[in-house]
Design a protein around this ligand. Sequence first.
Ligand code: SAH
Length: 387
Amino acid sequence: MQKVILKKGKEKSVMHRHPWIFSGAIAFVEASDGQLVAVCAHDGTVLAWGYYNSRTDIAVRLLSFGDHKPDADLFADRIRASYALREVTGITQCTNAYRLIHSEGDMLPGLIVDWYNGHCVMQSLTSGMDTLKVTIATIINDILKPKSIYERSDHEGRKTEGLQAHSAQVYGHTPEIIEINENGMLFLVDVRQGQKTGFFCDQRDNRNKVKGIAKGRDVLNLFSYTGGFTIAALLGGAKSAVSVDGSGTALELAHRNCELNTVRQTHEIVKADVFDYINNSDITQNLIICDPPALAKNKASVKNAARGYKKLNLKIIAKCPSDSFLLTCSCSRFIDHKLFQQIVFAACNDAGRDACIAGRYSQPADHPVNIYCPETEYLKALLLYIY
Ligand code: SAH
């Protein structure tokens, strides 16, 4: 039996069902990278099961607690439970694009599976998940019968796991572009070339909030990607929209998404670096969305990232007209809600503007937060009203 034995006194996090074992907690290893291991207390009692990697700080990611070795039945149970959660919470009724498996949030660490109108896109983030992914894809096929499964394992984090990028058709045929319907809005998703697995399902609820307040407003969508917030605002009755992003291919899809939803208002697309754009342009719009990529990629970069978020928000808040809404977001898990609010507070204060928080949002139920692993909560959004 492959196993790791914990140092005396290091059982606490496992007893608290935290799914990560750091290398410093381990006294003895008899395991190879990517393989299933039993995690044992100092006296040899099996506490949990997970997979091991000697290359990473998180040496074991746990799949189950107690002495039940994970097998195909356990994975099938997890996948059924994940689907049931999306169904019971109403997500499958309002959209045909959602996250089916959210890694630790669904107790399948290292695995992301997004569902796009019947097509699955899976992403393996770790060497342990790489050894399990064929089994899991087969189970997804059996239980959910998707039209196709495409693997999009090109996340940067794979390098530290000792893995190369790998993208391939796993099952069936995945079209170049998939059309999805989210709350009545149509979007084109490019699962091969798009960012992450092609679409940001995690902003679904926030897009709806924007739709609800957009009527009669002019919209500036910063870091627009394929225009998710833009379409929501325009369908919600906004007068006009400007979408700004650095990616030409994303903006091309934003344009096509506007056509697909037959929006009639003026929609301007600007390919630019957002930081340059907000330095050099006036902001005349009174509904602004700011949804940058994660500026803090690790703990060490939190300070710099906090400066980046503040600069960005300060520029917007200082320049926007009175009676503006700003939906400002951070998807960096190393910056928590409290710190993000402090950053935005400092930006308002430096801008000398009166402002209040009209809404405080996070990620939807298809991106569940593992209660034992607060690190799985990553999305923060504040809806500010600026007087
Ligand atoms: N709000 C979008 C998702 C944004 S993802 C949605 O709901 O779908 C972040 C986007 O920021 C990506 O499209 C990426 O191309 C863009 N981006 C990253 N850095 C940028 C920069 N410095 N300037 C402009 N765009 C940038």
